[in-house]
Design a protein. Structure first.
Length: 133
């Protein structure tokens, strides 16, 4: 019976926010995605007039923004801090998903952190310059 109540509470929590709240969340996070696309464009990592990539950035940013909003609400963050985190995570896009995945992997398994495309980071390891001498 309590499991059933938890399921109902979860559903009412998601639908308990008005459409204006979700509109702001989507707008902030999608604006972050657009900014990220233009950053990539300026750096030469994206082609001009690549609308498929732009739409992909916007969709991923919207998803990440909603996830960030829900995490901020669960942690009871200040709304202004939540708005900033939503915009930043929207700009990060899929990198934000990767960071969350790494955080929870470390938290659940105790595994070392692995930077994107790098070797595991070990806090007691000496810098490479010190290892060679």
């Amino acid at each position: 019976m309590s499991h059933e109540k938890e399921t109902l509470d979860f559903g009412s929590t998601l639908t308990g926010y008005g459409w204006i709240t979700y509109s702001w969340v989507f707008a902030l996070s999608m604006l972050g995605g657009v900014a990220n696309f233009f950053r990539k464009l300026k750096a030469g990592a994206a082609r001009p007039f690549n609308f498929a990539e732009l739409i992909g950035e916007i969709i991923i940013s919207g998803f990440v923004g909603v996830c960030t909003f829900l995490l901020c609400e669960a942690a009871r963050f200040n709304p202004l801090l939540s708005a900033a985190l939503i915009a930043i995570s929207g700009h990060m896009g899929s990198r934000a998903i990767f960071q969350l995945e790494q955080f929870y992997t470390r938290r659940l398994t105790g595994a070392p952190a692995v930077p994107m495309g790098g070797e595991p980071w070990e806090p007691d390891a000496k810098p490479e310059a010190e290892r060679e001498s």
